[in-house]
Write a protein that binds this ligand. Structure first.
Ligand code: PLP
Length: 402
């Protein structure tokens, strides 16, 4: 049986990169350096393993989908402190739901927000607006939920944020779901308070679900990025139409833990609890215990941030003189304008054994112009220890100057 949805999804960026790089061998004398995937390589704090070990009797229990009160309370306290929210704003019982990392939850947002039948006012399916370039999961969620994805360009002139307010009224009228990545992957840009409050207002005007993916919120240089719930507090304190997602993968260098949470609108959290009860495995209790301790600890996050700072300082020293270089304010990616991202990725692999992601592989052709808006970019993940990162940056510098 043929499911046409799959035809739209043959563009998974990592498959495309594998297909590109397998055409040429790695050069002799160079070890492989994997800078194509945003997987933190520095270890999480030692207490993670200790807590998991100490809770091993709980492996014998099926975990409940809502998790534990103490995990949800840790998440609520963290949100309140991090975003200086009013004390009573987040109620762990109704505003928080744990999830097994945020990738799966981001995908589920399509099931949550996109109605099965097309809108009565249109022959077109419901619209799902995603940033372009896009974290591929948002796009997959739109397609598999039966919605129609609209990739909205996020150009440098717009602080790398998608201009959702500029989308035509007939599309906004049938928009069911909008994704925002803040700070954004791949560009590392952070949304302003005005941008966020206007987007929340738009969500309420058109009654769509706004999902703000904040998994990079703790990796920043300078001022901490503003969050979606902070913007809700600034508006009127209501979380209607808004969900934010947080993860321990980047903040705590624990991508293997698969631990995060969704927070916001209590009606949407309630619906999402139903979806998770049918569709997901709940987060195991020993993992929740370790996760709780991570949300309650900022010391390791400060160490991580200082580590990434030192990598971006090294990047500036090694690549700063190259045209198209800039350091982002958030996240752990360099987003370099190299002229042709695909050609450069191939060159870096074949001449220096370095794997990087062509920017264009992270974007869809613009639905209005038919053009890939970021084919000139290259994404470089700065996720390794300092020695490895410097080695990679030096190899990149040689190839880009060659
Ligand atoms: C933008 C973005 N959102 C979400 C995720 C998923 O992270 P996790 O499932 O580990 O929480 C990633 C992972 O790289 C990401 O880049």
């Amino acid at each position: 049986m043929h499911n046409p949805a799959f035809d739209q999804l043959a563009t998974y960026p990592f498959w495309r990169l594998n297909n590109l790089l397998e055409k040429v061998p790695k050069p002799d004398g160079f070890s492989e350096l994997a800078l194509q995937i945003g997987e933190p390589k520095i270890p999480p704090p030692d207490f993670v393993a200790e807590i998991i070990g100490g809770n091993s009797s709980k492996w014998a229990k099926y975990p409940p989908h809502p998790g534990t009160k103490s995990y949800r309370s840790a998440c609520a306290s963290w949100l309140t402190q991090r975003y200086t929210l009013p004390e009573e704003m987040i109620d762990e019982a109704v505003n928080i739901l744990p999830c097994a990392g945020t990738k799966e939850a981001l995908f589920h947002m399509g099931l949550l927000a996109v109605p099965r039948d097309p809108p009565s006012s249109s022959t077109e399916p419901y619209a799902v607006l995603v940033p372009n370039p896009v974290y591929q999961v948002y796009y997959g969620a739109a397609v598999f939920s039966g919605g129609k994805p609209y990739p909205i360009s996020a150009p440098a002139e717009n602080n790398f944020m998608p201009d959702y307010a500029g989308v035509s009224p007939d599309i906004l009228e049938r928009t069911a779901l909008v994704y925002l990545c803040n700070p954004s992957n791949p560009q590392g840009a952070s949304a302003s308070m005005t941008y966020l409050t206007e987007l929340i207002t738009l969500a309420r005007q058109h009654d769509f679900v706004l999902v703000v993916d904040e998994c990079y919120s703790e990796i920043y240089r300078g001022t901490p990025p503003i969050g979606g719930l902070q913007a809700c507090a600034q508006l009127d304190g209501s979380m209607d139409n808004v969900l934010v997602l947080h993860s321990l993968s980047k903040r705590s260098s624990a991508p293997g833990l698969r631990c995060g949470f969704v927070a916001g609108d209590p009606k949407l959290i309630d619906l999402y609890r139903t979806i998770r009860s049918y569709a997901s495995v709940a987060v195991p209790l020993p993992i929740l215990a370790a996760g709780e301790a991570l949300w309650r600890d900022e010391a390791h996050v400060e160490i991580n941030r200082a580590h990434y700072d030192s990598l971006f300082t090294a990047a500036e020293e090694i690549l700063g003189h190259i045209n198209g270089f800039s350091n982002p304010s958030g996240g752990f990616y360099l987003w370099l304008d190299v002229g042709d991202g695909e050609e450069t990725a191939l060159k870096l692999w074949s001449e220096a054994g370095v794997k990087c992601m062509p920017g264009g592989y992270m974007a869809q052709d613009d639905p209005f112009t038919g053009v890939n808006p970021v084919s000139q970019y290259l994404r470089v993940c700065l996720v390794h220890d300092k020695v490895t990162a410097v080695e990679a940056l030096e190899r990149i510098s040689v190839v880009l100057q060659g």
